[in-house]
Write a protein that binds this ligand. Sequence first.
Ligand code: GDP
Length: 398
Amino acid sequence: MSRGKKMVEKVSELMDKPEFIRNIGIVAHIDHGKTTFSDNLLSGAGMISEELSGKQLFMDSDAEEQARGITIDASNVSMVHEYNGKEYLINMIDTPGHVDFGGDVTRAMRAVDGAIVLVDAVEGPMPQTETVLRQALKEGVRPILFINKVDRLINELKVDPQEMMIRLGKVIDKVNKLIKGMNEKMYSEGGWKLDATNGTVAFGSALYNWAVSIPYMQKSGISFKEVIDKCNAGDMKGLAKSSPLHEVILDIVVKHLPNPVDAQKRRIPIIWHGDKESPEGKAMLNCDHKGAVTMMVTDISFDPHAGEVATGRLFSGKISRGMELYVVGTAGKPNRLQQVGIFMGPTRVEVEQIVGGNIAAVTGLKDAFVGSTVTSNQDIAPFESLKHYSEPVMTVAV
Ligand code: GDP
């Protein structure tokens, strides 16, 4: 069987088991390395070829698409990752780094349950780090931290191991202070306080494709000194082999970021204000695929072959081709789903059906727009409208 076909089978199998799904986004200040990080994560997980990674795949989707003859949706990708002998489906939504696109960050945060906050080790958290973190926490999205460009601390700033610990500790403290200020309850009681020793923080170099966390160093036997020595010696390839970025990061994602079933119990009361005791409310809270269909559209893109593709988070129910769904707030007739797809790597693949907890990409929703609530039952209350905070804390409707 071809590798591609095998991957389709794996993804199709995992998408029916929400406990094995993680929906995540990456948020960062511009230039902190999000594009480099996302590309290397994807190529490390074997979802795009290594030659394509590092070439700003997410930004050059048109050229890529023509070159490869496939449809790439630049903003949604999926990966399969093995952790403790089990495979997981990781759906990643891209978020723009520029604050002008703050609305897009909010949309992405609605679709995911966890966020990797990426911070440049040299610059530390910047104003946009605060803005995007605020957007994530407001949507009930759990953060973990990746401190990037650590190679620069070693090779350019020539810091010794002790100084490095101090610098990394300062970045962690600053981000923790932000999280505490934004959601004291989850910080103190929900386990959202970042802690290098429990593995909710990793550091490394997206450019050179390596990362470490304290649990990973303990597991693999690699020491802090070895990392610094290898970096000093310019042995980036060796580091990328002994502590590959995707392994370290995706382990953290699986271990510390919530699956949709756990996340929705906490997130639904934040993003949906309908009756939680109603059958639809219960279906959403429990990510129940036997309940009503509830989906929030977070992105609309145009595919030259398929037309308008609406992508969003399916919170409950099951969708399949031909199904008739209502777009809440439009008085018209229900829309009939034409194609129902998910992402495999950066490619949209048509599937038979999709259950709650997944990111779905569908065609046929002609009345939908970004922010639409799509349901099988016309009477269901819509999701909270998408609002985003632009700097410093002004609320703007999008
Ligand atoms: P984005 O704006 O957050 O998407 O950032 P990019 O991924 O485009 O990276 C911004 C710049 O930082 C580029 O020149 C990258 O090559 C560089 N960069 C990204 N990650 C690293 C890293 O780990 N180490 C070093 N030295 N440079 C990096």
